[in-house]
Design a binder for this molecule. Sequence first.
Ligand code: DON
Length: 568
Amino acid sequence: MAKITPKKLSGLLLLSLTSLCLLACSQKELPTQATAPVTVNQAAVAMPDSYSADVARDILQKGGNAVDAAIAAQFVLAVTLPEAGNIGGGGFMLVYKDQKTDFIDYREQAPLSAHRDMYLDENGEVIPYQSVIGILSSGVPGTVAGMWLAHEKHGSLPWKELLQPAVTLAEEGFEVHPKLASSIERHIARLEKRGFELNFKDYFESAKANQVFKQAELAETLKRIRDQGRDGFYKGETAKIISDFMRKEKGLVTEKDLLSYEAKTRQPLKAKWREYQLLTSPPPSSGGVAIIQWLKMYDLLTRDQQKLAHNSAAYLHLLSEIGKRVFADRAEYLGDPDFIDVPVTNLIADDYLTMRSQSVMRDKISETELIKPGLKESEETTHFSVMDKWGNAVSNTTTINLGYGSSVVVEGAGFLLNDEMDDFSSKPGVANVFGAVGGKANEIQPKKRMLSSMTPSMVLQDGKVVLVTGSPGGTTIISSVYLSILNALEFSMDATDIVNQPRFHHQLLPKDVIRYHDGLAPEVISELEKMGYIMSNRRFGDMHVVLNKDGKLSAASEANGRGKSIVF
Ligand code: DON
């Protein structure tokens, strides 16, 4: 059942690109009231849908902390936000609790039988789309292990209490948001049009706008997780269902892969920027290094001049020039730190970035081909932000990669599998679905974690969290995150503007393309076109931020999505 029939491979790139960011891209809905910042000063949640927002608020009101709320929300999203919320994927959770920092890496990893050339044909060419859709695109899921570890380290309410809302929503059903219903409809139509025979339709076709949608198999899986903790997924019945399904469908994830998966604690990446402390994601995320480079180079290049106007052509050009250099480094140096040495300290060192920013051109575009890595040596993810009344915060980004992941549901367990293997570099220099290239640092190896752009982040001032931020969007995540920090701290915007101001993204390749949101001034677009940029109007991201201005909280979810923010 879960087979790709590759008869119509042409056009699949379009499928991949259009099916990612289903929630976040290209919709031109009017802002909803959900995005209005609320200003009661106590606790705040900014979530990608109303179910996760309400449950996270309930957990906080019961006396749970930000991590409890995050865990409960993560499992709810596995039910109500199938395009990205998951137990079949992975993610990163950044925690600031009791004035201490923590980072839980629950990224998927390559199965034990994966190998460097697994997506190449006998001529050494990349087999189209095999890493993006269908059973072979899945890495070993990390979400349940990640939530379990977060709970062991930081949770205060019983695990079962945190799982129950998700179980209820799966078992008794939830009312399907019209945006979700139409996204599912479009996804089914695209799969059919392109000739894929996957079981996505069997599971999701009955999700209709404003009607109750139940997921019985998923409810049983969530009950096993509720009752047995991480063993309810990685051992026993669920593990057997997954590995039997994999054997039947010729996938790679085995009992041994599941048993040996571990979520990891890592040191969050910290950097001083202005009077703030940036707290962000370390490798295997590329995002933390990237946003620190971006923000520091921005300061180096603007400190002797008048502040650039927000979203002016000069602003977009400068940040795109920086982006070229950031992404050249990303492609060369970033990967899983358990497999390669990532020179993080050197990449974010002030003297390196001073040197690196010297070649930035003020009035014209640097030649893409000339931008090399700089060191001398050698549409769907989802994000949410929470702050509790004690000032603890969680910034969490989670994904199954593209919208609805591999489009394969584990039969009998009722959850969608990720297609995260595409985040590896299948072949040096060949772009993945996000246009990202890589080489040795990010080649496939058994048990290795694929490089990510997910960048859950916070900004601290004097030991207090002033901004919790993050977004989906593949490589564009990095731009959404650093732009949200500039919006908040360079342009003093409120939470609603931080998430809704038009954004833009440039990543070295494709050459000189700036992707941008509706709302940029037409004269800015034409000025950049005159400079030689190719302006591509395609929305990205779905930001959910919490802002703390002098002890007064506000929170906002991007108007384009179906998010909900509450301050209470
Ligand atoms: O980890 C990453 O960088 C990607 N798998 C994230 C995918 C994503 O954000 C898709 N969303 N629109």
